[in-house]
Write a protein that binds this ligand. Structure first.
Ligand code: ARG
Length: 565
């Protein structure tokens, strides 16, 4: 932040002997109450170094700060507080946003670098779970943040479409399945068959043996096994694609677990050549005691491969194909040990890039405090949930704005936006109480609130007598406190984008948008924006800048911003 930089420079001139500029920068804060100043420097650390009371130091230094960038410098107890010169700062920020439009905040840090974002990755023949919804929206946002910073991204849906469970499913289908029923309701029926298999195998353990056999046949390319598997997969994909289309999400690659069936032998060979593979209980494993991790199982006694084998092949394939700088895996925290094992094995193999693999875990969705589960027969179909939210959004809109032209389209943007924002406003490791009512209110910490604020700003601009807001002047103008708070927020947007990406935490953007929207709504409530006086063009420019940043911020989260709602 530039202002911070000026402040740190000024302080550093006087504190050179005691502190580095970086130390100073890290200590600078934003006062809780804006009337106390725009930035503050606490003198406690210096007090220890200089062995003087902090308030005394604050007073002494205050006198030495020049007025190049600051209109006022005051000592407030142990703090040195500064007030920025509002005009030059405001003019610069607003002009920059109006010039750059939606590319405000774009960066080049990622130039010529590729980031893999693997997300969503549901399992075929099963309902799309709430956990997969979380992975989907978090991953999509991280991909957009990476692109904003100039990275090339490869968005991969690593479908769960291989493994012993498909041997079990084939067994169940051959025993109890009905083609017509599966065609009618593929996911529900297949899931029922799978559940039945588990249930029955408790009484008839030999079923498991049968399941293993069918998976082995699948791995060996048996035509009947492959035919059924392909059918299950196609039906599942049709359903999944409907969800992605509702959410407005696209992938660059759908290479899931089955894509790696012919790429695992090489990995196993490499592990053997490097002397890492050992036999334990007739299975082939890599021991990871040095990492304090359980052994990584690579091949079962019957020769079948495992989830981990596929992930090893996946990582190596991705490195060779995309030469990524970083690979992000957005997967629930219950798989943390699995990813630690994968990284450890790759590391043992001498692949240093293993440290650029980042497992990005997240918490659960809860309903009345309990895990929202798709298991145990109670199937919640995500598609239905989203349709319901859109329906509710349409009812809300019809009530608020019965005249609106493209109601259905807007309802879709608002409903989907509500679901996504409800997720992303929380730090991803937190659990989230899934509440349709909470996510849809137009007032409060919601997507619709931010969208509504954007639409409100757009409507002001439509009513404005002037549309060219680029040439505003601040001469003879006082920048009121409401505008000033907005300007400061607009200014930190680029910094927030970097932070959100560095910490893999889209909630930074969601919270930022809420704050910006709140400041804007205060301004809207207190200032006569459209009043015809000398400040009009500036106020319109400010409103325009707000629409740009709200729209782009929502876009980074994967949410659309209707101009009317
Ligand atoms: N399909 C898995 C599941 O639903 C998630 C896949 C995670 N990605 C990976 N490379 N293992 O649990």
């Amino acid at each position: 932040m530039e202002l911070k930089n000026h402040f740190a420079n000024e302080l550093h001139q006087h504190l050179r002997e005691h502190m580095t500029k970086k130390d100073i920068e890290q200590l600078i804060e934003i006062p809780k109450k804006p009337e106390l100043g725009d930035l503050a420097f606490p003198c406690f650390t210096l007090a220890k170094i200089l062995k003087k009371p902090p308030a005394k130091i604050a007073e002494e230094i205050t006198f030495q700060i020049s007025n190049n960038y600051f209109s006022k410098v005051v000592a407030v107890g142990p703090y040195i507080n500064v007030f920025a010169k509002r005009k030059p700062f405001t003019s610069k920020v607003i002009h920059e946003i109006l010039n750059k439009n939606l590319s405000y905040g774009d960066d080049k840090i990622g130039h010529n670098k590729t980031i893999i974002v693997e997300f969503s990755s549901p399992n075929i023949a099963k309902p799309f779970s709430m956990g997969h919804l979380r992975s989907t929206v978090i991953g999509n946002a991280l991909g957009k943040l990476a692109q904003k910073l100039g990275y090339k991204t490869v968005k991969i849906n690593h479908l769960g479409d291989w493994g012993t469970q498909f041997g079990k499913l084939i067994t169940a289908y051959l025993l109890w399945g009905n083609e017509e029923e599966v065609k009618e309701n593929p996911i529900e029926e297949l899931f029922k068959l799978y559940t039945k298999f588990h249930h029955e195998s408790e009484t008839y353990p030999c079923l498991n043996e049968e399941g293993r056999k069918w998976f082995k046949k699948l791995e060996d390319g048996d035509i009947k096994a492959l035919g059924l598997w392909k059918w299950f997969k196609n039906e599942s994909l049709k359903k999944f694609k409907k969800i992605y289309s509702l959410l407005g999400i696209q992938f660059d690659s759908w290479a899931g677990e089955s894509f790696y069936t012919d790429k695992m032998e090489d990995v196993i060979q490499e592990l053997k050549d490097k002397g890492l593979l050992q036999t334990s209980d007739h299975a082939e494993v890599v021991f990871l005691e040095d990492y304090n991790l359980p052994p990584c199982l690579v091949k079962k006694s019957d020769g079948a491969t495992l989830y981990a084998t596929r992930d090893l092949a996946t990582a190596i394939y991705r490195k060779n194909t995309y030469n990524f700088t970083k690979a992000l895996y957005i997967v629930g925290h219950e798989q943390s040990v699995h990813f630690q094992q994968i990284k450890a094995v790759l590391n043992e193999m001498g692949h240093e890039w293993a440290q650029e693999i980042h497992h990005i875990p997240f918490g659960l969705y809860l309903q009345e405090g309990k895990k929202m589960s798709t298991r145990k027969g109670r199937v919640i179909l995500l598609e239905d949930v989203i349709e319901e939210v859109i329906q509710l959004a349409e009812e809300n809109i019809s009530e608020k704005n019965p005249e609106l032209q493209n109601k259905t389209e807007v309802a879709k943007m608002v409903g989907v936006g509500a679901v996504i924002f409800h997720d992303l406003k929380n730090f991803r490791m937190n659990n989230i109480e899934f509440s349709l009512k909470d996510m849809l209110t137009f007032e409060g910490d919601t997507g619709p609130y931010v969208q509504y604020t954007h639409a409100r700003a757009c409507s002001i601009l439509r009513k404005a007598p002037i549309h060219d807001t680029n040439k505003f002047t601040l001469e003879n103008l006082n920048i009121d406190d409401y505008s000033w708070e907005i300007v400061k927020q607009l200014y930190v947007f680029p910094e927030k984008i970097k932070q959100a990406f560095d910490r893999f935490d889209p909630s930074i953007i969601a919270k930022y948008l809420l704050t910006l929207a709140q400041h804007f709504n205060k301004f809207y409530g207190q200032v006569k924006i459209l009043e015809k006086n000398e400040g009009l063009v500036f106020r319109l420019a400010l409103v325009k800048a707000v629409t740009i940043v709200l729209k782009e911020g929502l876009n980074l989260l994967g949410i659309q911003a209707p101009e009317e709602m």
